[in-house]
Design a binder for this molecule. Structure first.
Ligand SMILES: NC(=O)c1ccc[n+]([C@@H]2O[C@H](COP(=O)([O-])OP(=O)(O)OC[C@H]3O[C@@H](n4cnc5c(N)ncnc54)[C@H](O)[C@@H]3O)[C@@H](O)[C@H]2O)c1
Length: 363
């Protein structure tokens, strides 16, 4: 069995990756500080998988640790070796992602994102683990690009968050050329929605900045209104336009990139994961209302400083290199995202479900 380390595996994208890789037959080691997530996501993933695979042994091991902690990361790789389960690749999701917070607290972002990644790479090198799929972001391109954005566009990030992602990309590129690492850099546009089962989804503990969780919150509470920033952008209806991708499609891109790295030596892949189409804020809200037959109250306010009107991907390269295409529609995104919201009105933390501690490893 191929064993993979998933950093940030309890988070939004990481938990979907855990389920996807379990279903694809991998063994999984997870490291997460639970800074912005809950162990319950992993507990649910394991339970869901075991319900469908009654005789499967536990194929997940969870370690609560910060990736800035060198010694703890070493223990995880050592643990895997001792169990004859060498970790052969890493999916690296762990990091902080709130743009506004990164502007307010740059040191924290450079430390968590960049120092944390360097620490991880050091331990990977120590244990001869040379394949990595990295969660990068459209934020590396900055705000002043012609759309659709191609991968060879200049990288001029407009905020600290984007700069940390660009720096990690550069380090990984060096590791590819100087140390023969297999590296897949996936630049996500706007991951949204939730697993179609409704058991896992986006549940930010701090910094609710993303539009989709806010739409769900407003849908749940008749007293709330959604704030739309700006109605005079150069788009079809004047509201910002983004490239929304279903979270299951984003994770499918990871599985494909991982397979490519494991089946070919020393690859370097840098691709966008986007649909190639833009959707405005109003279009997203109207689709959500239509497919879920629900009201969403909204009002307009001023543009936010540093925002940009139009951002969507050129998606041809991921299609040709990874044979990847976003398959789910905006209707699927809205339906699945709302199913998660309805089934879990308080997210993970307030559910009184028993946790599956058999996969929790103390370090
Ligand atoms: N969701 C998006 O819109 C989006 C878009 C582009 C890129 N990304 C990137 O994808 C990755 C995953 O994003 P997400 O939406 O799942 O975010 P998330 O916050 O839900 O997941 C990140 C996980 O990493 C953990 N973590 C943070 N710092 C850590 C540390 N120092 N050590 C160990 N664990 C740590 C958090 O507890 C969390 O579980 C991030 O790197 C993010 O920058 C996300």
């Amino acid at each position: 069995m191929n064993n993979i380390l998933i950093t940030g595996g309890a988070g939004y994208l990481g938990s979907h990756a855990c389920l996807n890789l379990l279903e694809a037959g991998y063994g999984i080691y997870i490291v997460d500080s639970l800074e912005n997530s809950s162990f319950e996501s992993i507990s649910r993933v394991n339970r869901f998988f075991k319900e469908k695979n009654k005789f499967a042994d536990n194929k997940i091991k969870f370690f609560k640790a910060d990736i800035t902690n060198f010694e703890k990361l070493k223990i995880i790789f050592e643990h895997a070796l001792c169990n004859n389960q060498k970790i052969i690749a890493v999916l690296h999701f762990a990091g902080l992602k709130a743009v506004s917070e990164s502007e307010e607290n740059p040191i924290k972002y450079w430390e968590y994102n960049v120092s944390g990644s360097i620490n991880l790479f050091k331990v990977m090198e120590l244990y001869d683990c040379k394949n990595i799929v990295f969660s990068s972001s459209a934020a590396v391109y900055g705000n002043n690009q012609n759309c659709p954005i191609k991968e060879d566009s200049s990288l001029i990030p407009s905020n600290v968050y984007g700069k940390t992602k660009k720096t990690i990309e550069e380090i990984l590129t060096d590791l590819h050329f100087r140390k023969n690492w297999g590296v897949a850099i996936l630049r996500y546009f706007n991951p949204v929605g939730a697993h179609h089962s409704g058991i896992i989804g986006e549940n930010p503990i701090s910094n609710k900045n993303n539009l989709f969780p806010i739409i769900c919150e407003v849908a749940k509470d008749n007293n709330k209104k959604l704030n739309i920033f700006g109605k005079d952008w150069p788009t079809r209806d004047g509201t910002c336009l983004r490239d929304y991708v279903h979270v299951e499609d984003i994770i499918d891109g990871h599985e494909k990139a991982l397979r490519l790295l494991l089946n070919s030596k020393h690859n370097l892949i840098k691709v966008n994961l986007g649909t190639g189409k833009g959707t405005t804020v109003l279009e997203l809200i109207n689709t959500f209302k239509k497919v879920n037959d629900i009201k969403i109250e909204y009002e307009f306010s001023e543009r936010r400083i540093g925002d940009c009107g139009v951002l969507f991907a050129d998606s041809r390269l991921s299609n040709s290199i990874l044979n990847w295409k976003a398959r789910k529609t905006l209707d699927d995104i809205c339906r699945d995202g709302w199913r998660w919201g309805l089934k879990n009105p308080y997210g993970y933390i307030k559910n009184l479900e028993e946790l599956d501690l058999s996969i929790y490893c103390e370090i």
